[in-house]
Design a protein around this ligand. Sequence first.
Ligand code: ASP
Length: 342
Amino acid sequence: MTVQKNTARLDASPIRLVIHGGAGTIKRSKLKGEREQAVTQVLSESLTAGYAVLAMGGSSIDAVIAAIVVMEDSPLFNAGKGAVFSNAGRIELDASIMDGSRLMAGSVAAVTTIRNPIRAAYAVMMQSPHVMLMGQGAEAFAAEQGLEIVDPSYFYTQYRWNQLQKAIAQERVLLDHDVDPDTSQPEMGKKMDEKMDEKTDEKTDEKHGTVGAVALDRHGTLAAGTSTGGLTNKRFGRVGDSPIIGAGTYADNRSVAVSATGTGEMFIRTCAAFNTAAQVRLQHIPTTDAADNTLAEIAAIGGGGGLIVLDAKGNYAMRFNTRGMFRGTIGSDGIARVSIFA
Ligand code: ASP
C-alpha cells in the first residue's frame, strides 16, 4: 500500500473519495517495478485531483469527474487514451455518471472521438432530457456542448493494438484483466487461470483496466462514475455494464454510490450496482457485505470483478473476487491510500 499525505482544511462533515482502475488476474509476479510504480502514481494523482474538489467544499460529482479524467488521460488504464480495441480495430468507449441527491444520471456508449467520455456522460445528465446517448449521436451532442473532440488515433497505443492481434489469433474476447471467478466455481477459476498462464506472455498479461470513482461531499451528497473501453476484441457494437445505470454505476443518497468493474455481461444480468444499493437501503446490510453478496451472485453465474461502494456516512468498501483490483481512497485526513493486490 502506498500512502501520500495531502494538506487540507478539515471540517466536521466527512468527505471521501474511492476509486478503482479495474479488477482481475493482476499478478504480483507480472506487475513489478516501474509499471507498478507508474500505476500507483496515476491512482494517487486521481485521488489528489478528486480530493482537491471535495476539500474545497466542491460537489461529489465534480470530484468523480476530476478523479476519472486523470485515469482517462493516462495510457495505463482501459478508459480514454489507452483503451482496448474492438474486433474491427476501433476504440469504442462507454461511460456513465450519477448524482445520488436527485437520482440524476447520464451516460454515453460506443463513442470514438470524445476525449473524456465521463465529461460527455455528465453533459448528457445536465444538458439533455435523456440518460443515455450512443455512437455518432452522442458525439454530435458532445461537440455541441463544447467538449474536446479528438481524432480516434488519439486513443491508440501499440500495447493495446498488440493485445488485439493476440486476441484475434486466439479467437478470444478478453476482459482487460482476465478474470478468475473462484468463489463458487474454483475449478473453472483455476482452469481459466492456467489457460491464461499458458496463453499469455509477459506483454499481454500486464494489467490495466476500466476506471471508476465514488465520492461523498461535505453536503452529504453521493456520486458515482465509471469509464471504459470495454473488452478487447468485442464485436457487433457490444456494450458492457459500465454505461448502464444500475449495472456498472449507481448513486442514491439514501443508500450508496457504486462503481463496478469486471465481466460486464454478468454485472448487467445481476443489476450489480443497483443490487448493492438496494441491499443497503432496504435490508440495511453494511456496504462490505452488500458488495460481497453481489459479487457472490456474479460468481454464481460465472463472472468476476470488483465493486467500490460508499455510503452517506463515509463508510466504504473496495471488494473483488479476483486476484487484485487497482484501487485507492482518500478521506477528510487527506491521506491517499493506494492498493493493488488482495
Ligand atoms: N466491465 C467492463 C465491461 O464489461 C470491463 C471491465 O471492467 O474491465 O465493459
